[in-house]
Design a protein around this ligand. Sequence first.
Ligand SMILES: Nc1ncnc2c1ncn2[C@@H]1O[C@H](COP(=O)(O)OP(=O)(O)OP(=O)(O)O)[C@@H](O)[C@H]1O
Ligand SMILES: O=C(CO)[C@H](O)[C@H](O)COP(=O)(O)O
Length: 669
Amino acid sequence: MTKNQLAIFSIGLLIKAIVCSLALYFSGNYLGLKWLNEPIFDFQLGQILRPIETESSNYAPGAVFFAPLVSIGSFILGEVPARVLVLANALLCDSLIYYILLRIVPVENRTATLSAYWFSPIMLWCLYRNGGLDYLYPVLPAAGFYFAKSQEYKKAAIFFGLAAAAMPLNVLLIPIFGLYFYGRGRRRHLTNQIMIICCITSLAASAAIAVQPALRILLYQGLTVAGPLSMSIKTSTQYEILLFPIFCFLLLFAAWRIQRLNFDLLLGLGTLAMTGFLVLLPWSLSLAVLAAPFLAAHAGKSLRSGMVLYVVFSFSVTILQILAALNFIDLVSVTPRVTASVAITTVLVSSTALFIQVARRSISRSYFFQATRRPIVVGIGGDSGAGKDTLASLITDLVGSSAVAHVSGDDYHLWDRHRPMWRALTHLDPRANDLARYESDVAKLVDRRYILAPHYDHSKGQMTKPFRVNPSEFVVASGLHALWSPSLNQIYDLKFFLDIDEDLRRFLKVRRDTSVRGHSVEAILASMDRRAEDRALYIEPQIQKADIILKLEPRVKGFLIRGYEASEPALRLIANIRSGVSVGELTQCLIAYCDIFALQNYNGSGDCELVVEGEPSAEDIGVAAANLAPELTDFLQGSPIWRPGLRGVMQLIVLTQIDRVRLERLGKS
Ligand SMILES: Nc1ncnc2c1ncn2[C@@H]1O[C@H](COP(=O)(O)OP(=O)(O)OP(=O)(O)O)[C@@H](O)[C@H]1O
Ligand SMILES: O=C(CO)[C@H](O)[C@H](O)COP(=O)(O)O
């Protein structure tokens, strides 16, 4: 906690202590202190269990947690200390929420959020008027969010389950939390387990409430719960349209459509769930208290406009409640008086505006949502054997196989290996490939539509059955002509060209084509010579279109001439990054964490060149990555599989470039 945050906490605590003293001092005589006269505060355990015939109350779920304390306290200590215990309990919940907000809100928004929450008149009024019973409603989901943030998912599930039991309207948090897991490749396998924990906790706690007649009545007939549940629009026939299920459906549908939720989106959707009910029932203090900490977190993030709305909302709720406490307006059967109407309308308007703002800022404008909505499209060009498919598979290892839709140019050759057309054209000639289909398939995937891609089987030299490629968060298009088409070049977010040293390419291609594709060394060398002209005409010009040129070369020239059977050659990687973005941080990380040779140069045209030599371990690459892009775990679907050596360095280059694209999309670069 910083000095500022400690000062906010101390001043707020002082104000809260004064409010508690006033509550105890006036003891039911001023502004109708409600909680002291509630049946649950008859300070006898038996009282809670008896059916309540009187007007229904909102306190039932809270009572389950508070009543034992009050009863025991009053039994041992007497009535006044028991009341003090209730207030102390409320202050404890309040402080816990303060601590949780401190933990779950980004550093730069903390002070604003904490001030908004800690001095909120809604919370102060709740402490005075209701003895803080309602604090239970936000503290349980807040604990759920806290544990979700710290990745203690089982604990989070327990608290979301309890939150749903203490306030059944919070039940929406359970499927939203389920979608948080379902939509993320890396955590999907936990979905069932987490949902089972949520549901069992919630059912067990609800059963404990439901077996007690008084609590059952209070829980299911109270204004807070029954109000939104029964809200409806009358149609011209005898039917009514129920608003609550429509709200649930729309919110869950939105959560499902987002597909992948990170923590901020989870918090945003949770805030919407809790604020949505408030819009349906603006006169409920419990719902305002439930939403207040989460709206404060939103206000802290959205700065001026969000904060203004939050302040209007907080004061209008409090004024409305004070007017009701003074019997100036009747909130249960709302009287059509001007003051009441104005106060309720202000709450309604400000809470609706906050709801819309949370939806827009936390979700549709969220960093994560923006970055994952349109796939990141990567084009990889280069000659045969330059390492295009290797780079594509390094990207797959980095971002997770379910996050990549890969289109390989080899699958778009027009003819099988033994067809006569190959005597006229080489594979490097664009006319020998169905580039129109290649282009439209990439475009479809970017448009989030699946494709049926053709398939060329290199082991048989034949086209085989087309296969389905589903759209995903990354579309990787590799191939001899990946950077050939101007329209594709406009779609790519990242364009790589593999400009491998020619001796090394021959070495790698011969090694691969003899072992994997069943060719003889002579046939391979002859085909390479035959392709030389087309290489200059169709492949080399694509280098101009690339943003990143990766050049692999042997560290010792002439090494390869000794023969194709030679052992793995020591290589050097030269990455030419045209984006104009410095790779200084990457260079530093390579030196510091991988202990290899890495040098950054600038050439005359302002391009940045990185020269790397060495064989870092996969572990070191992982450590360098964690330092280069700390938000990586939140963004990527799977845990990256880091590769050792220069392949791992290529993964780091891709990583920094992906980060750059994400920042550019958000206008942050
Ligand atoms: N960084 C690297 N270090 C060592 N070997 C590599 C590297 N990149 C590629 N190779 C090797 O080079 C050979 C050719 O690579 P790859 O199959 O990826 O090339 P390609 O450009 O996709 O070829 P083609 O267009 O003919 O399909 C493979 O055997 C691969 O293992
Ligand atoms: O240029 C190539 C890949 O980029 C290959 O030579 C082309 O795909 C033909 O493959 P194969 O030799 O297995 O028939």
